[in-house]
Ligand binder design. Structure first.
Ligand code: PHE
Length: 341
């Protein structure tokens, strides 16, 4: 047996006995390290007589290759074995049901808002985004509520530290902003957004709520256009063939003004708790844009007319789902929110 064969057998036997990383490393240093036995065998080429070098060189290189490959194989085998041992010890039970991810859902108010947008979108209305923080001038004065006007009492709000800058109490100031933006073109927009009122929070009123305003301005717009538009909207939103009732009302920025009711979607008009046994549900306020407001928006009231309406998505959502307390919407109770698909 040559020295090289002897070396190879010894190396392979010791490698086979190495059972962990530390033993492997000790083996590697002994055989393949810089001062190891294999490099030493390679170095022997230099001291051989020239005629023996070729055969020896070939044999020693062969040995080096074989030993190196054996090392890599052993390393892999030990690694596989330890992984298998680890998996067996952990005992993964693949029949255990996984954890279901919590799937979020759309807030019921967002659902209603999107349905409103879609309905008016089909009738050619664009969404106009006005601002949540307004001036006294836009929120009140330009809409015919001068300072000290009694109609302001119904719309107390939150004031900022800057004089006459406040959180809007309704989306109607957006009418002026849209008119000043579009003038002198005709307008057909809805203006959705948050509003605030400084008042007692009860089952029927929140201090923050949404409104969706509608505004159409043009050359021959009439109350009939307003009625037709609202009828189409009510049919889409609450079911075909809805009955609408216009009741005389007052807003400083529309003339004439009306409040609109639909026949009760719960009882069909017969009378129930939701409609307070009247058979009717109020859904919005509306009217023809007041000439002064048209003028404030830049439109000549002798040439242009327009209509406007304003609705409360919270109220509409309460009617749709027979919810009896508005405070559920923003109190973040998951048990309430989970009920809406
Ligand atoms: N801004 C009114 C409110 O908040 C609603 C309204 C809008 C009425 C547009 C008429 C026209 O009560």
């Amino acid at each position: 047996m040559t020295d090289l064969t002897q070396l190879q057998l010894q190396a392979e036997a010791e490698l086979g006995a190495a059972q962990d990383d530390a033993a492997l490393e000790t083996w590697r240093i002994k055989y393949l390290g810089r001062k190891g036995l294999v490099p030493a065998a390679v170095a022997k080429i230099a001291v051989l007589p020239p005629q023996e070098r070729a055969a020896y060189g070939q044999a020693v290189n062969q040995l080096k290759q074989t030993v190196q490959n054996a090392f890599i194989d052993r390393q892999q085998a030990l690694h596989d074995a330890s992984l298998a041992a680890e998996l067996a010890a952990e005992g993964i039970d693949v029949t255990l049901p996984g954890r279901r991810p919590q799937v979020g859902r759309m807030h019921p108010i967002s659902r209603t808002l999107r349905d409103i947008y879609a309905s008016f979108g089909r009738m050619g209305f664009q969404i106009y985004t006005a601002r949540d923080v307004e001036t006294d001038e836009y929120n009140f004065q330009l809409l015919n509520f001068p300072k000290g006007h009694p109609a302001r009492e119904m719309q107390d709000t939150f004031h900022t530290t800057v004089e006459d800058v406040l959180l809007r109490t309704h989306t109607s100031p957006g009418q002026i902003r849209a008119m000043r933006d579009y003038h002198p073109e005709p307008i057909r927009v809805i203006l959705p957004g948050k509003c605030h009122r400084y008042e007692q929070v009860t089952a029927r009123s929140e201090m923050m709520f949404y409104q969706v305003e509608g505004l159409a301005v043009g050359r021959a717009i009439t109350f009939a256009d307003l009625k037709g538009t609202l009828q189409a909207f009510a049919d889409e939103m609450f079911g075909q063939g809805r009955k609408l009732r216009f009741r005389c009302s007052h807003f400083p920025f529309t003339e004439p003004s009306a409040e609109v009711d639909i026949d009760c979607i719960i009882c069909g008009g017969g009378g129930c708790r939701v409609c307070k046994y009247t058979g009717w549900l109020e859904i919005l306020g509306c009217g023809m844009v007041h000439p002064t407001v048209l003028r404030n928006g830049g439109y000549d009231p002798d040439l242009y007319t327009g209509y406007a309406f304003g609705m409360g998505p919270e109220r509409i959502t309460m009617l749709r789902h027979a919810i009896d307390d508005i405070r559920y919407f923003y109190s973040n109770d998951i048990r309430f929110l989970e009920q809406f698909a």
